[in-house]
Design a protein around this ligand. Structure first.
Ligand code: CAA
Length: 384
């Protein structure tokens, strides 16, 4: 078992870290306050091909479709700079662009994937509704067949990047009125008449990442925009989330790493009782625990990525990675604020933002409780 990154992955890590420190970190606080991603950073990220990270070069991507550990390294470093950019990039790649690459027709790839990979268009994954959160099977947005088209009606909420997205993956109900889980996933262009962006959410964390309500009123979508097979959308959504959760896990690892590094720096600089606070065991133990939790989370994440790339069953591993990483990031951010004391509560220090950002990771793309449910269901299905 080799735990080292390949030369290519090390290079990706260094290049992304340098980029994040130069461009993402300086903009993070203002973006959080304005609740908006910085456009200059966005243009530079496009130039770095981050929006096509896990898409092959032939479709305009960076070619990490067979190197999910490399993809994780990129997301980790972006999130170490700003978790809001981490989630934006992870969601765009993991639950929109990659599923179109993996499950889409050649025509769909030509029509939608190239623009996504190049960052010309941002993607959103539209599953959650007011009454279908953890219970993804309860989707009520309907798609009714009309000749060669489907007519979509309903409202999605909490869509990451929803307000800025131009390409949407929409999970719709295509079965009878009271049938659960008879669903279909549609690729929808935001220019389609009847589609509009509703309320933009005012969130606790990752505030720069856009989270919006999306309204579909008689939106006509051609049947060639179905991703996968009609009626199999629930399983498709589950498969999409299986991969997506690896990206979220990587985002949490990057955020936890940032909290750890800020704490080490502060512990070495802050003097109380005539010595740096890092000389006190109370602080040392926190730093040791943070470091162990983040390292474990990183290994869980890379393992899930490895299983994905080697064609193994990776759904349980990705749920484990997402659970462990989001909880490690929360623990690290919590300790980071505590280590910073009163300064940890102030916006002048980034740990205040890390704390708010970390809480989000335990909730989006499936709460910690849902990850535990997925893990237990897998174990119980397999038996002893
Ligand atoms: N891959 C393939 N098939 C799967 C699957 C998977 N990972 N998981 C389940 N299935 C299949 C099952 O085998 C079953 O198939 P059969 O009917 O043929 O037996 C079928 O799907 C139904 O499965 P369950 O009975 O297990 O379904 P459930 O209703 O109990 O729900 C759940 C399971 C795991 C709780 C699911 O509802 C779930 O994942 N919920 C959380 C949803 C979620 O993560 N939401 C976040 C959305 S995105 C977001 O946060 C914002 C954003 O912008 C990114």
């Amino acid at each position: 078992m080799d735990f080292s990154l390949s030369e290519k992955q090390k290079m990706l890590k260094n290049v992304t870290r340098k980029f994040a420190e130069e461009f993402i970190v300086p903009a993070a606080r203002e973006s959080d306050e304005k609740q908006e991603l910085d456009d200059t950073v966005f243009q530079r990220m496009k130039g770095m091909n981050f929006f096509g990270s896990c898409i092959p070069e032939e479709y305009g991507g960076a070619g990490l479709h067979n190197d999910s550990i490399g993809f994780c390294v990129v997301i980790e470093e972006i999130a170490r700079g700003d978790a809001a950019w981490g989630i934006t990039t992870a969601v765009h790649n993991g639950v929109v662009a990659y599923p179109i690459y993996k499950f889409g027709t050649e025509d769909q790839k030509q029509k939608f994937l190239i623009d996504l990979a190049k960052g010309n268009k941002i993607g959103a994954f539209c599953l959650t509704e007011a009454n279908a959160g953890s219970d993804a099977g309860g989707v009520q947005l309907t798609a009714v067949k009309d000749g060669d088209e489907y007519i979509l009606n309903g409202t999605k909420i909490f869509a990451t990047s929803g307000g800025i997205a131009k390409t949407l993956l929409v999970v719709a109900k295509t079965g009878e009125k009271d049938s659960r889980k008879k669903m279909t996933v549609f690729i929808v262009d935001s220019n389609t008449p009847g589609y509009s962006v509703g309320v933009k959410e005012d969130k606790m964390g990752v505030r720069a990442s856009n989270t919006s309500e999306l309204v579909f009123q008689d939106v006509r979508v051609p049947q060639e925009n179905i991703l996968g097979n009609s009626g199999e959308g629930f399983k498709m959504a589950m498969k999409i989330l299986d991969f997506g959760r690896i990206g979220i896990a990587a985002q949490c690892v990057g955020l936890g790493q940032a909290a750890l590094e800020a704490s080490i720096k502060y512990a070495n600089e802050r003097v109380q009782f005539n010595k740096p606070i890092g000389k006190f065991q109370a602080i040392q133990w926190k730093i040791a625990d943070m470091s162990c939790a983040i390292e474990a989370a990183r290994l869980f994440t890379y393992k899930a990525a490895y299983l994905h790339d080697t064609g193994s069953d990776f759904g349980m591993a990705s749920a484990m990675a997402k659970l462990v990483s989001s909880e490690a990031a929360m623990q690290a951010a919590h300790s980071a604020v505590q280590i910073h004391g009163g300064y940890g509560l102030m916006k002048a220090y980034p740990v205040e933002r890390y704390f708010r950002d970390a809480k989000m990771g335990e909730i989006y793309e499936g709460t910690s409780e849902i990850q535990r449910l997925v893990i237990a269901a897998n174990l119980l299905r397999k038996g002893a």
